[in-house]
Each structure stands twice: as structure tokens, then as C-alpha cells.
Design a protein around this ligand. Structure first.
Ligand code: MEV
Length: 420
């Protein structure tokens, strides 16, 4: 009986034609993925002092079912095991129907810092009285995103114990990340607010702490699929450790960000903004904690949940300039920024579940070392089938090092493998 090959069993050509058949990629798009064509003229416009491009491997995580829809998830990452782990976790989640995710809101804040005010109370009153006029100035040049509200907040200056005022513009970014539009709006309002309040406007910039753009995803993993209730208890204990100890929580969250950053990069998101917001959110109750939580259902199955701010976009920004990021979005097939946030949050949860499951059972080094051995074999000069021969020999010998890889390669090349 002919069984379908798994994605990881396919060669490059088969993988590409599988992806093309599922996502309608054109021949040109396939060739863009393979050749990573980013001409110098383009990169020279993207950044300053450009000299070339720095590539990352692009892979596909499989088995993701989110809100009942199947996804092939592009991930750009250099670390071995991450994509396999996410795909395996996603597969385990399908027993109970995959991930249930939602993204709440598309509002981001722009901040206008006002200092040197003689009367803060009166300045608040002036800004509030002129709110509609200020909002229409903010919206005067913007086509897609919309400023909806303008509020003020008095901030205690922790440096000199004085007070300062911040006007915060609430902008509906819809399907864009929104950074450029918000920054332009804030810069437009700065001089107006300065004039009205007689204060000094210093910063005019968006806040990347996108607490009005939260994504939540949840999945249940059947205890039998995990190896029984003892494994569930070990995972819960691993979670409790991370929830209670910032030194462990940072590593736990790093595992989450392995997935979140990889999808973000592959789809052209500002992953530094996502990282910064994620870690601030992890500290929202005053202590740095995990972005995921785990609990046990009444049947003893494991329930995982992630809650994370995700300011992502599918229009504008790098996703509309970088050819591979555009294709990444096409492979995902998301129709809105909210849908993209649901996918990214689910991958973060899958990644974290996979990591703590491995850590609380067999550890991660076994799988890691096999892939590491392959990299060492390549570094020693092995190509084609020799990569597997050298890496497997090193793994069996429990001696994974460049020197050993070179020695084995030398022997194999001299047909002395029998004595290796
Ligand atoms: C490695 O990139 C990520 C892990 O350290 C995450 C974790 O410890 O939970 C495995």
C-alpha cells in the first residue's frame, strides 16, 4: 500500500511542490524562496551602508490546526530542533482539535511627552477640550489607520521625583503593525500640543508595549499521548518552577520566543518590538513570569495557554518589501493581522509545550546532539551521504567534535569506515 510521505521525508523538490500545491505559489515565488533574491539596489534602500545579505534557514512547521483551519507555518531560524518540536507539539494538539486562539484589538498607543508645564491640571483640561481637533489633525494625513482617542497620563519622574505629562494617542492599526503611521501622527501633534499647553514636547513616538493588542491561544494535550499522568505532573512541576523563578522563566520564555520570532521573521514582522513587549508583559504583575500557563483538566489532560501582546501586520512594513516575507504570508494564508497573531501565539505555545515536555522527560540534548552532529560533520567538510555517515558514527561513539568528525571523514574517504 502506498503511504503519503511525511513533509520531513521529502526532498527539496517534493517539499516545494507540496507547498506550491497547497498554497498556490507561482514558479517565480518558488524560485524566490530557493534563490533568496534580494538585489543590492533593494537592500541599499532598506538599510544604510548595505554590503550584502545575511541568510537564515527557512522551514515549514506542519500539523497546525488553529480555530479549525489547517496551516503550513513558515519559520526562519538557525536553531536545530525548533521546527520539528513545534510540528510534533501541533500534531499532539490535534487530538482535541488543535489550538483555539483569539486576538483582541488592533489598537496601539503613540506617546507625546510634555514637560516644563506650569499647571499640569490645566494642561490636561486644555488637551481634553481640544481632543476632537487634535484627533482630526492626527487623522488628516492617514488613509488606513485611524486615531480614535487621546488621553493624558501624569507620570512620576523616577529620576528627579518631578511630574511629567504624557498625551497618549490610541490608534486603530487594523491590519498593519502601525509604527510609521503612529510616529507620523505623534510628530504632527507635537507642535500643536506644545502651543496649546505652553510646555515643552520632547518625545513623539509609539509605544511598543502593545497591551491593547493581545493574542491568546489554548490547546489541550491528551495525557496518554504525552506518556501518562506522571508526565503531565512533571510538566506541571516544570511550569510551576518557571512561573515562580525569573531565572527559569527567562529560559522558558526564550523557548516560546524561538517559535514566535521564527514565524515573525519569516512573515516580515518587527520581532524586536514583539520581544520587547513580550518580556514587559511577562512582568505585568511586578515579577517576571511565564507567558504561558499550564493546568490539568478534570480528565487529567494537560491544558496549555499563552497570552501575549502581538503587534503584527499583513500590510505595509517589511512584509510588503521583502519578497520572501510576502511569500511567507502567502504560505500561511492569513487574511488579517489578528489571524496572523493567532497563528504566532499558537506556535509560541506549541514550542514551549514541546520544550518543557522534553525537558521534564528525556531532556533535549538527545535530539539536539543528533542535529548538532550533522552541523559538525558539515563543518568538517562532509557532503551528501557522508554527512549522515560521519554524524551517526560520532553520535554512536558519543564523541561529537570537529576533530573526531575530521578523523571519521578522513577514514571514510579512505574507505576505512570498518575500523572507524
Ligand atoms: C532552547 O533554545 C530553548 C529551551 O531552553 C527552552 C526551555 O528551557 O524551556 C529548551
Amino acid at each position: 500500500m502506498k503511504t503519503e510521505k511525511k513533509f520531513y521525508e521529502m526532498n527539496l523538490e517534493e517539499r516545494l511542490s507540496f507547498i506550491a500545491s497547497k498554497t498556490n505559489l507561482t514558479k517565480n515565488e518558488i524560485s524566490t524562496i530557493v534563490n533568496q533574491a534580494l538585489p543590492f539596489e533593494k537592500i541599499d534602500r532598506m538599510i544604510e551602508n548595505a554590503i550584502g545579505i545575511f541568510s537564515l534557514p527557512l522551514g515549514i512547521a506542519t500539523n497546525f490546526v488553529i480555530n479549525g483551519k489547517d496551516y503550513l507555518v513558515p519559520m526562519a531560524i538557525e536553531e536545530p530542533s525548533v521546527i520539528a518540536a513545534a510540528s510534533h507539539a501541533a500534531k499532539l494538539s490535534t487530538f482535541f482539535g488543535g489550538f483555539k486562539a483569539s486576538a483582541y484589538g488592533s489598537i496601539m498607543r503613540g506617546q507625546i511627552q510634555i514637560t516644563d508645564l506650569l499647571d499640569i491640571k490645566n494642561s490636561i483640561h486644555i488637551i481634553s477640550k481640544n481632543k476632537e481637533a487634535l484627533l482630526s489633525i492626527a487623522n488628516s494625513r492617514s488613509k488606513n489607520v485611524k486615531a480614535l482617542d487621546l488621553k493624558t497620563r501624569v507620570i512620576k519622574n523616577d529620576v528627579d521625583n518631578q511630574k511629567m505629562l504624557v498625551a497618549e494617542l490610541y490608534v486603530d492599526c487594523k491590519d498593519s503593525m502601525g509604527a510609521n503611521s503612529i510616529n507620523s501622527m505623534c510628530e504632527l501633534l507635537g507642535p500643536e500640543i506644545e502651543r496649546m499647553t505652553n510646555g515643552k514636547v520632547i518625545l513623539k513616538i509609539l509605544s511598543n508595549y502593545s497591551t491593547e493588542r493581545i493574542a491568546i491561544s489554548q490547546a489541550t494535550f491528551k495525557k496518554e499521548e504525552l506518556g501518562g499522568s506522571l508526565v503531565v505532573d512533571r510538566i506541571l512541576s516544570a511550569f510551576a518552577f518557571a512561573f515562580s523563578d525569573p531565572h527559569r522563566a527567562v529560559t522558558h520564555n526564550k523557548g516560546i520566543m524561538n517559535g514566535i520570532d521564527a514565524v515573525s521573521i519569516a512573515t516580515g514582522q518587527d520581532f524586536r518590538a514583539i520581544e520587547a513587549a513580550a518580556h514587559a508583559y511577562a512582568s505585568r504583575d511586578g515579577k517576571y513570569r511565564t507567558l504561558t500557563t499550564f493546568s490539568k483538566s478534570s480528565e487529567g489532560d494537560l491544558i496549555g495557554r499563552i497570552e501575549i501582546p502581538l503587534s503584527v501586520g499583513i500590510v505595509g512594513g517589511i512584509s510588503s518589501v521583502h519578497p520572501v516575507a510576502k511569500i511567507g504570508l502567502k504560505i500561511l494564508g492569513v487574511k488579517s493581522a489578528g489571524e496572523l497573531a493567532c497563528v504566532i501565539a499558537s506556535v509560541g505555545l506549541a514550542q514551549n509545550f514541546a520544550a518543557i515536555r522534553a525537558l521534564s522527560t528525556e531532556g533535549i540534548q538527545q535530539g539536539h546532539m543528533k542535529l548538532h552532529a550533522k552541523n559538525i560533520a558539515v563543518a568538517a567538510g562532509a557532503t551528501g551521504k557522508l554527512v549522515d555517515i560521519v554524524s551517526e558514527t560520532m553520535y554512536k561513539q558519543s564523541n561529537i567534535s570537529l576533530d573526531n568528525a575530521r578523523a571519521i571523514l578522513h577514514k571514510v574517504q579512505n574507505r576505512e569506515l570498518g575500523s572507524a
